[in-house]
Write a protein that binds this ligand. Structure first.
Ligand code: 6MZ
Length: 362
């Protein structure tokens, strides 16, 4: 097994509906095609297209949501996505998704999220820990021993935590509803809020009341920040002091300075930024500047299905493009432990898992 696959990894920026397998999407499209609800050949072409602009990506999401937004499918894709990440030795996964309402099929934001939780419960390929609880030392040691084996002979364990996304198309009231739901679902692994969606849509002030409320209530917050040039937004987002931000592409000099001073960790999504043409060439990616400045950062997939990537692939890509060795990549992955939205007990477990994997690194 290649080192980028066998090495333990931490995924902190993965959108559920962006991480679906192509094979599942095609199967769902075929079924809807047979029912006459869509024209399969048109949809097949859109799903299999490889490179898309950022605008086209959001059109694709609208199509994906038509195919996936029913309770049974949400449960299925959650299970598959978690199993896919676990199969490439992701030991801690923060999965984010936008709770959806669809009266015509009796779906509320809450029932959507219950279907997600059902998907976590349905995972069989690995042991999943998604309910926050205290682990005693012996449990912790036993689990590390289990995870020690990335050779497939013993059962692996993956921590999963959930972030609820506010879509930039939503109103203030809808955003507040999502935050309230996150608070209600704290006992089943929901730990925070993400602001995402088409960055050309919506205004920061619309989401601010909901984000402030979330912050006051102690939820963790991550924001998609600077995905397109938007001077009105980047500065207030940085002033807000979220626990992490995603992408951070279109920053002015002063904003880079502010980011570096604030030490807000950045979720870096290399393949996504290149495929959406947000960055023209990978060798000029801001990963290099942030890495050299020792700014906190973590490699992530964004939408592994939509961009045909995996977290292992992102590590391989960073290593080959930026000339970083196996040990440097291992340290980069391990540093991610500090930025997870989970308690010290989970962090301690992860440190143990990385320590034990480090012994096998040669
Ligand atoms: C901003 C993104 C995104 O929530 O339905 N999403 N938002 N930038 C991106 N980079 C390309 N990729 C995904 O997952 C899909 C939703 O996540 C957000 C969009 O709102 C998209 O509809 P869920 O599980």
């Amino acid at each position: 097994m290649e080192w980028w696959v066998s090495m333990p990894k931490i995924e902190l920026h993965a959108h559920l509906n962006g991480s679906i397998r192509d094979s599942t999407l095609l199967e769902l499209a075929r079924v809807l095609g047979e029912k006459g609800a869509i024209v399969f050949s048109d949809v097949e072409h859109v799903i299999m297209k490889n490179d898309r602009s950022l605008g086209e990506v959001f059109k694709l999401f609208d199509l994906i949501h038509i195919l996936t937004t029913d309770h049974k499918t949400v449960t299925r894709i959650t299970k598959e996505v978690v199993e896919d990440f676990a199969s490439e030795n992701v030991v801690y996964l923060e999965l984010r998704t936008t709770p959806k309402k669809n009266d015509s099929i009796g779906m509320s934001k809450q029932s959507y999220m219950e279907a997600v939780i059902e998907g976590l419960r349905a995972v069989t390929a690995v042991d999943i820990d998604f309910v926050p609880h205290k682990i005693n030392t012996q449990d912790s040691l036993n689990s590390i021993a289990m995870n020690d084996a990335c050779d497939g002979t013993r059962r692996k364990k993956t921590y999963v935590r959930l972030l609820l996304s506010i879509d930039r198309r939503e109103t203030t009231e809808a955003a507040i509803e999502t935050v309230k739901l996150a608070l209600e679902m704290r006992g089943v692994g929901v730990v925070g809020i993400d602001l995402s969606g088409n960055p050309d849509v919506g205004e920061w002030n619309t989401f601010l009341p909901a984000l402030k409320f979330a912050q006051e209530q102690g939820l963790y917050i991550t924001l998609h920040c600077g995905e397109v040039p938007n001077r009105q937004e980047v500065q207030p987002m940085l002033d807000f002091l979220p626990q992490r931000i995603g992408h951070a592409i279109f920053f002015e000099e002063e904003e880079w300075r502010q980011l570096k001073t604030s030490k807000i960790p950045v979720e870096i999504c290399l393949t996504s930024n290149i495929k959406t043409e947000s960055i023209s060439s990978i060798d000029i990616h801001h990963f290099v500047d942030l890495y050299n400045a020792k700014h906190p950062l973590v490699l992530c997939t964004d939408d592994a299905g939509v961009f045909s990537t995996s977290l292992s692939n992102e590590y391989k890509l960073a290593s080959t493009t930026f000339g970083l060795g196996k040990r440097e990549m291992f340290e980069l992955a391990r540093n991610g432990i500090e930025f997870i939205f989970a308690g010290d007990d989970v962090k301690q477990y992860l440190v143990g898992a990385f320590d034990s994997a480090a012994k096998k690194l040669n």
